[in-house]
Ligand binder design. Structure first.
Ligand code: NAD
Ligand code: DAU
Length: 337
């Protein structure tokens, strides 16, 4: 089985590459990644069997780069490459439209031309917009994105679903809630708060800190993606959420401070994010019906994640210093495709 993972040097993509090589002895994984600021080849260190992995440095918007990744044929595409950070999209949305919308269409076109293969489109619960104090997102919840990021992901979902109808593409769409775990770029809430707390720097909490997210450990997201790959029905959407993962942001922040034995005086309430979604909560029943079950409750997962950042300080210090950007040239030079 030849599997293409786009965005495989990012947070979820790299966890997925590790997961696939660990769980499928017959899998050869090709990673296609442009190594933007969010891509880090150090995330692909320590793969269980590096001979079953090929790294292709390339942009999903480029036909030539995508063709290089498809060389030798591809049975499954897990499409994760994206601009993923809401705050960056509010500052400038253009890269989000290019990668998330145009890049998705380029990949769809390549798989279509190949004539066979399954496309697993990794999307987000943010396409549904915001919930009030009650209720959950189901797959039929109306699409109502509120940021350039979520609007671009919504557009990409619709392009993939249209290709199923128009061209008979074998595609499934997943919509997951907030992930956390090892190798998450320290611009996102949990790793940012851990790294700042470890450095005794202020912890910026947006607005009143009472926004709710439905946290899922990245490993549970990876197992869900594989279940959808294996048993999901073409043209269907599958929600993926945490195991009892709903928490207010401020609860997450104080739990991190407690785990690191740091004072709450580090918390700084700052100006709110524009159009900040108040609450996300996911109904995963349709994915559970495929035989998937999440394993990490938040207390266990958050504890392990805090320990990972404490034990891997060099990983995030290289990001803060910018040294990780040279990793590709230093470690790989021109040896890879
Ligand atoms: P990330 O920002 O950590 O990683 C994105 C990766 O994509 C990086 O390695 C980057 O180099 C690569 N990339 C960006 N533009 C590219 C391009 N034009 N061509 C090739 N590669 C490119 O993102 P993440 O948090 O791992 O998210 C991965 C996917 O999962 C995204 O599609 C995101 O929308 C989705 N998602 C994320 C979450 C979450 O909580 N992080 C939740 C649900 C869904
Ligand atoms: O729900 C899935 C989405 O989760 C993914 O599609 C996105 O790619 C991913 O970035 C994430 O989006 P969020 O905006 O929810 O994640 P973020 O970590 O940026 O913020 C989580 C919450 O914490 C949100 O309510 C904003 C708040 N926050 C965030 C940062 C970075 C703060 O209060 N302070 C901060 O410094």
């Amino acid at each position: 089985m030849r599997i293409l993972v786009t965005g495989g040097a990012g947070f979820i993509g790299s966890n997925l590459v590790h997961y696939l090589l660990e769980t499928h002895a017959d899998a050869h994984v090709v990673t296609l990644d442009a190594l933007t600021y969010a891509g880090n080849l150090a995330n692909l260190d320590g793969l269980p069997d590096p001979s079953r992995h090929t790294f292709v440095k390339g942009d999903i918007c480029s036909d030539e780069d995508v063709a290089r990744a498809f060389e030798g044929g591809i049975d499954v595409v897990f499409h994760l490459a994206a601009e993923s950070h809401v705050d960056r999209s509010i500052l400038d949305g253009r890269a989000f439209v290019m990668t998330n919308v145009v890049g998705t269409q380029v990949l769809v076109d390549h798989l279509r031309r190949q004539g066979q293969g399954r496309f697993v489109h990794v999307s987000t619960d943010e396409v549904y917009g915001s919930l009030g104090p009650t209720g959950v997102f189901v797959e039929t919840t109306p699409l109502d994105p509120t940021s350039p990021y979520s609007a671009s992901k919504t557009a990409s979902d619709l392009l993939v679903l249209a290709a199923v109808k128009t061209h008979g593409l074998d595609a499934v769409v997943t919509r997951c809630s907030n992930n956390y775990g090892p190798m998450q770029f320290p611009e996102k809430l949990i790793p940012l708060m851990i790294c700042n707390a470890m450095n005794d720097e202020p912890l910026p909490v947006y607005g009143d800190g009472k926004q709710v997210r439905d946290w899922i450990h990245v490993r549970d997201h990876c197992s869900a993606l594989d279940a959808v790959r294996l048993r999901g029905a073409t043209g269907e959407v599958y929600n993926i959420g945490g195991v009892g993962g709903e928490r207010e942001n401020i609860e997450i922040v104080t739990a991190i401070l407690t785990a690191l034995d740091k004072p709450e005086s580090l918390i700084r309430y700052v100006e709110d994010r524009p159009a900040h979604d108040r609450r996300y909560a996911i109904c995963s029943d349709k994915t559970i019906a495929l035989g998937w079950q999440g394993e990490y409750d938040l207390e266990r997962g958050l504890g392990e994640t805090v320990r990972w950042y404490r034990d891997n300080q060099a990983w995030w210090e290289a990001i803060k210093s910018g040294a990780y950007l040279q990793y590709y040239e230093q470690q790989y030079g021109n040896r890879l495709r």
